[in-house]
Design a protein around this ligand. Sequence first.
Ligand SMILES: Cc1cc2nc3c(=O)[nH]c(=O)nc-3n(C[C@H](O)[C@H](O)[C@H](O)COP(=O)(O)OP(=O)(O)OC[C@H]3O[C@@H](n4cnc5c(N)ncnc54)[C@H](O)[C@@H]3O)c2cc1C
Ligand SMILES: C[S@@+](CC[C@H](N)C(=O)[O-])C[C@H]1O[C@@H](n2cnc3c(N)ncnc32)[C@H](O)[C@@H]1O
Length: 659
Amino acid sequence: MNPELPNAQLDWDDQGRPYSRVFDDVYFSDLSGLEETRYVFIEQNRLKERFAALPADGRLVIGETGFGTGLNFLCAWQLFEEQAVAGARLHFVSVEKYPLTAPDLQRALALWPELKPFADQLLAQYVAIHQGFQRLVLDNGRVTLTLLIGDALEQLPQLDAQIDAWFLDGFAPAKNPDMWTAELFAELARLAAPDSTISTFTSTGWVRRLLNAAGFKMKRTPGIGHKWEILRGAFVGWPSETPAPTPAKPWFARPAPHNGERRALVIGAGLAGCASAASLAARGWQVRLLERHADIAQEASGNPQGVLYLKLSAHGTALSQLIVSGFGHTRRVLEQLQRGVDWDGCGVLQLAFNAKEGERQAQLAAAFPADLLHVLDQPHAEARAGIALAHGGLFYPEGGWVHPPALCQWQASQPNVQLLAHRDVLELRKVDDQWQAWDGDTLLASAPVVVLAGAAEIKRFAQSADLPLKRIRGQITRLAQTTESQSLATVVCAEGYVAPARLGEHTLGASFDFTSDDLTPTAAEHLGNLQLLEEISSDLVTRLHADQLDAEQLQGRAAFRCTSPDYLPIVGPLADGEAFNLAYAALSKDARQVPDVPCPWLDGLYVNSGHGSRGLITAPLSGELLAAWLDNEPLPLPRSVAEACHPNRFALRRLIRSS
Ligand SMILES: Cc1cc2nc3c(=O)[nH]c(=O)nc-3n(C[C@H](O)[C@H](O)[C@H](O)COP(=O)(O)OP(=O)(O)OC[C@H]3O[C@@H](n4cnc5c(N)ncnc54)[C@H](O)[C@@H]3O)c2cc1C
Ligand SMILES: C[S@@+](CC[C@H](N)C(=O)[O-])C[C@H]1O[C@@H](n2cnc3c(N)ncnc32)[C@H](O)[C@@H]1O
């Protein structure tokens, strides 16, 4: 687990330029930051020609050490916008140990008026930038920025990407010797695409020699401004004297890139399906979204309010990493929606309702930065929440509530997505290179790629029947806002949750029933929810007049959550179960075996399911993860987290358990 990562500590000179206190160095050249960036990074990597040469479905992936003020990124984006054809895409992956705060970023970027159209878009999305992988989708998906927040030497080894051009930035080697190491350069080489190029503003001899030794062929070239010489180079191959990096295990390796028609069916129009459709559509795929109901978001994703609540671990588990990255991504997507009706960033207060919870919260507060979460004592918690409380708790200032159907609607209404309602897919058949979706004798639709996003219903398909998904019924209660309940200013959670009113109604949730198959709301569960409210705040019970309500008259709705045994979602390509067991049978004798047998993928079949009680946080980023698997792009999550969410994990565990 990373300790708390501080933001950049800056001083500003008399011309408004930022200077790093930690590194005792400038963020960009004294003379002209713009000219230097363009010369050192853009020209030396020949980006103008490379952007201009991209085909309509092409993309270029740039990697950078040291995002800083984002100047290099914005210059690259500006040039991409000028040179690349419509449909081409830019991926920019940058690692940053000390991210600027949003106000500092705004102040620094104000220096470059000509970049304003791009800087404004970046600033609008520069929210919830916390440790680990943070994906920002810009310009309707034409530009993707993946920030890896943390030390380059910790973050880059977790990256799964093929970088076409490296910007080696990161303060002068003499000021930042910990970063400019052979270990870092080996990572740049591991991640380099076959024709990758690289450039840096330094010409320091040992940097050049270490880069050469890592497999880059570096050349000195005339510099600019104060710089007499700089370095540029190309990746020529992994050096023969160094052991090659270990490839991904075959069951987690990337399927062969899809080269055919870019048409996909997504089955199920809840949060998972709508997110998958939007992520694919942003990459130029023509997506048909098949839903058995008359409209989107009629099942688990249909509640009036859901909570953006981060159930984290202080131990940096895969789930906890996924939650921090997923939360950031969802928060940024929500910036496109209407605050107050579609969502609200009112904060979430998790009450320390017993000693054990208080202890857990103290550990979390020590492990995460205060802008993500911090402890509030009881008086401060009351002041925040606007109601009387028996306890203090942990406050997530960027959390809040979401109207999930609004998020689904926004995603499903992106260009290239077509909703096909009243389509209940009962069976999938592969004919030649097409997957066909059938309802009895009726062929509903076909495409080379299908994404199964029907929550636990995906078990009805022979191809995904073995995935261990369970349904857990849950019911929410709708409570009319009263004059006194208007003071509720944040979401408050204990075992249940209650949100500030949306359109005159509070949502109170939620029950858990592991056995019932019936979705008719019951009075008993409304009573249970009122009990959860009592545990949150008896003052709020009074304000809502909830002690006078007749449970038989209460309104609400019930739906099924869909969970996996390890509580992680299931996202990625599907393999043929029987062929998988045969291919990797050796593991049942010795779990350390890695048979050199390619995974028997069900070509074109993908899953996005198992989002449990936190689909608002995990489903949108899972759409990005799925699209990255499918389009052979940089993964938006650490490799280990993507593997922890991989559909093959269960078949693999079954084989190993039998060893
Ligand atoms: C009571 C309750 C409270 C919750 N509270 C929160 C919360 O506060 N915060 C949070 O983040 N999450 C919460 N969740 C969880 C969240 O709602 C889910 O994780 C999320 O909605 C799952 O989205 P999904 O798209 O996977 O599933 P769903 O929304 O269930 O969507 C699946 C869709 O697929 C369709 N479908 C299935 N099979 C087929 C088929 N064969 N053909 C055509 N269509 C098909 C279904 O009709 C459905 O529309 C809650 C869930 C419940 C039940
Ligand atoms: C000169 S600035 C980069 C300028 C930046 N590319 C721009 O366009 O504004 C160097 C950046 O590298 C970051 N950095 C330094 N050491 C690092 C490390 N070990 N890991 C990740 N980032 C690091 C610093 O925090 C700083 O933001």
